[in-house]
Design a protein. Structure first.
Length: 403
C-alpha cells in the first residue's frame, strides 16, 4: 500500500482536496467540491470521469466522505492516508508554525474564529470531518498567518490606542503566508542561495492579493492586515481605503453592514470596472476598448507598484521581485504595467521573457539592464501543506528503531 498525504482546504462553500505520495511528494489526485450547503452542490476528482454524486445541500463532511470514497474506489487512496494537512486561515498570535492537531490546538483555532469568522469555523469543520472519518490518522494545521509572525512591531502595529492591541489583538496579521513562504524557498533555489540568506518581495496576485517583504528568510512586512481586506486592490475587495469613508457613507444612508459587504464583495476590480472580478476577462475587455476595464487594471497595477516601493523599506538588499497567483503567473500586461511605474527603482522587464512568463528562463523575466531579478513562480500551497503534514506526523511518531 502506498503511503499518501491528504491535503484539505475548506472555503465557505468549497472544499479542495489533494493527494500526495508521502515519499516523492508528487501530487497524485486533486478534487474540488463547490456550492456546498446549496441545492446544486457538486464535486469532481480530476483523475475520475464525471461528477461525484452529492446529496442536495451537501455539507463539507458529506462532500469529503463522497470524495474519499470515490478516491478509494478508484485506487487513488488505498486505506487511510498517513497524515492529513489542513489549511487554516487564522492562527492569531498562537501559531508561528504548523501544528499537530490535538484538542488544545482545536481550542486555539476556535479562539481565533472571531478574527476570521468566515474561514476558521469552516476550517474546523473540515478538521472534525477528517478526524471522524480517519480516527487514527494525525491531522496537521498549516496556517496562512503563521509565516508572518516574524513581523516586527513597527510593521504589525496600527497607530491606534495600544490597548486595542493589548486587550483585543488588533494588529496586522497578514495572510497568504503559505504561498509567500513557498516563494522564498523556490526563489532561493532558483537563485542558488539558501532561504535564510535570501530577501525577496513576493506578490501573490489571485482573487485575493497580497505582497510580502521577506528579509533573510523571514517575513518583515506584508500588505494584508487584521483581515484579508487591507492592502492591494483585489478581485472584489477594495484593499486600502480611508476609514473616514464609513462616516461619510453613513451620511448617505449606507449602513456599516452594507459597506462591509460592498468592500468585500462589490469593490476591487469588480467595483471599478462594473463588469467582473476576473482579470483575464478585464484584460480582454480593455483590449476591445472598454475604458472602465482599462482603468480598473491601471488602479490595480498602480496600487501594486506603490506597495512594491513600500516593501523596500523593510529590506537591506533585494534578491528578486517574485510574481505568483493566477494573475501574477499569467498576466503579461499586469506585470508590465506594474513595473512601468517603478522605473526609478531600476526594474526593467524583457518583453519576450515576460510574454512567456519566464517559462523558458527558469522564471526570470527581467531585462539585461534591470537592477533586480524579476521572477514568475507558480505557487503550490498544497505541496507546502503536504510537506508540513508529513514532517509533523513523522515527528509525532518518534524515531524509528532500526529494523
Ligand atoms: P484564487 O485566489 O481563487 O486561487 P487564482 O490564483 O486562480 O485565484 O487567480 C485567479 C485570477 O487569475 C483571476 O482574476 C483570473 O482572471 C486571473 N488569471 C488567470 N489566468 C489569467 C491570464 N491568462 N491573464 C490574466 N489573468 C489571469
Amino acid at each position: 500500500m502506498d503511503n499518501k498525504i491528504l491535503v484539505i482546504n475548506c472555503g465557505s462553500s468549497t472544499l479542495k482536496l489533494a493527494v500526495f505520495d508521502e515519499q516523492s511528494l508528487d501530487c497524485t489526485a486533486t478534487g474540488l467540491a463547490e456550492r456546498l450547503n446549496h441545492d446544486d452542490a457538486v464535486a469532481r476528482i480530476g483523475q475520475i470521469d464525471g461528477d461525484i454524486p452529492l446529496p442536495a445541500g451537501a455539507t463539507h463532511r458529506q462532500a469529503l466522505e463522497a470524495m474519499t470514497t470515490a478516491l478509494a474506489d478508484s485506487g487513488l487512496l488505498e486505506g487511510a492516508p498517513t497524515a492529513i494537512g489542513h489549511r487554516v486561515v487564522h492562527g492569531g498570535e498562537n501559531f508561528r508554525e504548523a501544528a499537530l492537531i490535538d484538542d488544545e490546538v482545536l481550542g486555539a483555532i476556535d479562539a481565533c474564529a472571531s478574527l476570521a469568522p468566515l474561514h476558521n469555523p469552516v476550517n474546523l469543520s473540515g478538521i472534525e470531518s477528517t478526524r471522524s472519518l480517519f480516527p487514527d490518522v494525525p491531522n496537521v494545521a498549516v496556517f496562512d498567518t503563521a509565516y508572518h509572525q516574524t513581523l516586527p512591531p513597527k510593521a504589525y502595529l496600527y497607530a491606534v490606542p495600544h490597548s486595542y492591541y493589548r486587550d483585543w489583538g488588533v494588529r496586522r496579521y497578514g495572510f497568504h503566508g503559505i504561498s509567500h513562504s513557498y516563494m522564498l524557498t523556490e526563489a532561493a533555489r532558483r537563485l542558488g542561495k539558501t532561504p535564510a540568506t535570501t530577501s525577496i518581495i513576493s506578490a501573490h496576485l489571485g482573487n485575493g492579493c497580497s505582497i510580502a517583504a521577506i528579509r533573510d528568510g523571514l517575513s518583515a512586512d506584508t500588505s494584508m492586515g487584521l483581515t484579508p481586506l487591507e492592502g492591494l486592490v483585489m478581485g472584489s475587495r477594495s484593499g486600502d481605503i480611508d476609514p473616514g469613508l464609513f462616516d461619510y457613507l453613513k451620511s448617505k444612508g449606507i449602513a456599516q453592514d452594507e459597506l462591509h459587504h460592498v468592500l468585500n464583495h462589490e469593490s476591487g476590480l469588480l467595483g471599478l470596472s462594473g463588469q467582473t472580478n476576473d482579470m483575464r476577462t478585464l484584460c480582454e475587455l480593455a483590449e476591445h476598448g472598454h475604458e472602465p476595464s482599462g482603468v480598473a487594471i491601471e488602479v490595480f497595477c498602480f496600487r501594486l507598484a506603490r506597495y512594491i516601493g513600500a516593501m523596500m523599506a523593510s529590506l537591506r538588499h533585494l534578491d528578486a521581485l517574485v510574481f505568483t497567483g493566477g494573475i501574477g503567473e499569467n498576466s503579461t500586461r499586469v506585470r508590465q504595467q506594474t513595473l512601468d511605474n517603478l522605473k526609478l527603482l531600476g526594474f526593467e522587464l524583457d518583453d519576450e521573457l515576460n510574454r512567456y512568463g519566464g517559462e523558458f528562463s527558469d522564471g526570470h523575466i527581467e531585462g539585461p539592464g534591470s537592477r533586480f531579478p524579476v521572477l514568475v513562480i507558480p505557487t503550490n500551497e498544497e505541496l507546502v501543506i503536504a510537506r508540513e503534514a508529513a514532517r509533523l506526523a513523522n515527528a509525532s511518531n518518534g524515531p524509528q528503531a532500526p529494523g
